[in-house]
Structure formats: structure tokens, C-alpha cells
Design a protein. Structure first.
Length: 283
């Protein structure tokens, strides 16, 4: 039997598997079973909670002197992922509850580098680190650098951003309703991204306020995506022509997140995290 905790951040949900002695080797099939919403526990992803010194990747173990715990994140299909913005808050909530960290700030290791998380009245805020426009020259010239076609829809322009994982943000043109999009299948992208891409569809609601739906690579449509919310806010900020440091509110089907651009080309994501169940599951 394997111990687990179920948690979510704005209804982006995860199965956490504690591996405090670094002896669990999750296979893609096991991850798929844990994440299965009918035959398993159900989740958008699976997070192994393991000391950083036990990580199998050299690049992660090198972070051990700065972060004691590694967020070993897997998508629901079993594929490895660099990190997950909402998952970092749920991971931090677990570490705090279990007494594995103390204080109001915690650093965690991810495949996208060390992420610093602080406790807030609403939950947790994570410094997602540096971000960039994938093709800044093309973006500043044309406003976009790729095309995205949702299922049963027409191609629309998108802006590519890298937040440690890949994103393509679409500002929906007039006449296309956010709620009407069919995101049952991954939108087509041109150019094709060989490793997949998270695609965010955005509608502005007011100054510094947007709503978003997302299709995550390796998962499908989710109720929320933390790095996707950050990408959506940063893309909208870019298109607005006013690239200041004011916070953005991002409404997703699972709730609301706050995205704040930071000095030095970094970005912070803030929102709630909840741990909802504990138990044992046979792998």
C-alpha cells in the first residue's frame, strides 16, 4: 500500500505521494492509475514528495543545498514535467502541515530550478522565477509568433512564453466566446511544438483583470493552471503596451489567482491551496 494525500489549488488537483526515504520509483503506468478519475484517486497530476538529495537527476540534486525538498511532478499521462504553479502551493501546504518545513517561507526544488514560496493570508505565493517571450523579436513586430486552432474552430494567433514550461496564449477575437470553446482535445499549433505546449485562451474583463481556460499538455482541460495564469497575464500585459508591475487578477473555472510581475523579469503567482484527503492506495 502507498500512502497518499489529495490536494488542489483552485481545483487544479493532485495526488501527493510521500517518499521521505527516496525508495519509491513511480512508473508512468502507476501515475496513470493514481490520476485515473474512475479507477484511481483522480488528479491532473501526481507529485512525489522526496528529499532533493534523493532525486535521480543531477540537475535537481544540485539544488539540495538551497532546497531540502523536491517536487517530483508528473502529468496525469505519466510524463515528466518541469513543474506546476498550482502544484507548488499544494506541495508547500503539505510540507507545512507535516512539519517538514518551518517558518513563513520555503524553497523547493523543481526541474525548472528552485522556487521560493511564502505564506500569505489567502494561501501561498510562489516566485515562479524568470520568464521570457520565446520569440521576442517576432512578438514585438507582429504581436504573436504562432497559430493555434482549437477543436472545431478556426486558427487564431497566439503568443509563446516560457515560464520553465511552454505556453501559448490566445486573446480571443470578438465573436468567439470563451465558454463555447471545445477543449476536449489538444488544440493544433503551428509551428508544432515537439514536446507539447499548454494553451491558454483569454478574455479581458477589465483593467488588470482577465478570465482564462486552459488545455494542459499531457492532461487535457483543467480547472486551473498556475503557470498558465501567469503566462496569460504576462501576455495580456504585453499586448496592452503598459508593462508595469501592477498585479493581475486571473479568473479560472476553479477560482481566482493573482499574478504579479517582479523586478528582474520574474513573476509571482498567489492563490489558495487545500489538502482534502489522506489514505492508502494499492499500486
Amino acid at each position: 500500500m502507498t500512502r497518499f494525500t489529495k490536494g488542489h489549488g483552485t481545483e487544479n488537483d493532485f495526488v501527493l505521494v510521500p517518499d521521505l526515504d527516496g525508495t519509491i520509483e513511480l512508473t508512468p503506468a502507476q501515475v496513470q492509475r493514481l490520476a485515473d478519475r474512475r479507477a484511481g484517486l483522480g488528479g491532473d497530476g501526481v507529485i512525489r514528495v522526496v528529499p532533493t538529495r534523493f532525486a535521480t537527476e543531477d540537475s535537481v540534486r544540485e539544488q539540495a543545498d538551497r532546497a531540502a525538498w523536491f517536487m517530483d511532478y508528473r502529468n496525469a499521462d505519466g510524463s515528466l514535467a518541469e513543474m506546476c504553479g498550482n502544484g507548488t502551493r499544494v506541495f508547500a501546504a503539505y510540507l507545512v502541515r507535516e512539519g517538514l518545513v518551518t517558518g513563513d517561507r520555503v524553497d523547493i526544488a523543481t526541474r525548472a530550478g528552485v522556487k521560493s514560496i511564502r505564506v500569505t493570508p489567502e494561501g501561498f505565493a510562489v516566485d515562479l522565477g524568470p520568464w521570457r517571450l520565446v520569440d521576442e523579436e517576432g512578438a514585438r513586430r507582429d504581436g504573436f509568433d504562432m497559430m493555434v486552432r482549437p477543436r472545431h474552430g478556426k486558427p487564431v494567433p497566439a503568443l509563446s512564453l516560457d515560464l520553465g514550461n511552454p505556453h501559448a496564449v490566445v486573446m480571443l477575437p470578438e465573436g468567439i466566446e470563451l465558454a463555447a470553446l471545445d477543449l476536449m482535445e489538444a488544440p493544433e499549433t503551428q509551428p508544432v511544438r515537439p514536446d507539447g505546449v499548454n494553451v491558454e485562451f483569454v478574455r479581458p474583463l477589465g483593467p488588470g483583470h482577465i478570465e482564462m481556460r486552459v488545455h494542459e499538455r499531457g492532461v487535457g482541460e483543467t480547472r486551473s493552471c498556475g503557470t498558465g495564469a501567469a503566462a496569460a497575464a504576462l501576455a495580456t500585459r504585453f499586448w496592452s503596451g503598459v508593462e508595469d508591475d501592477r498585479p493581475w487578477r486571473v479568473d479560472v473555472p476553479g477560482g481566482r489567482l493573482t499574478v504579479t510581475p517582479l523586478p528582474g523579469g520574474r513573476v509571482e503567482l498567489a492563490g489558495p491551496a487545500a489538502l482534502v484527503a489522506d489514505g492508502d492506495f494499492p499500486l
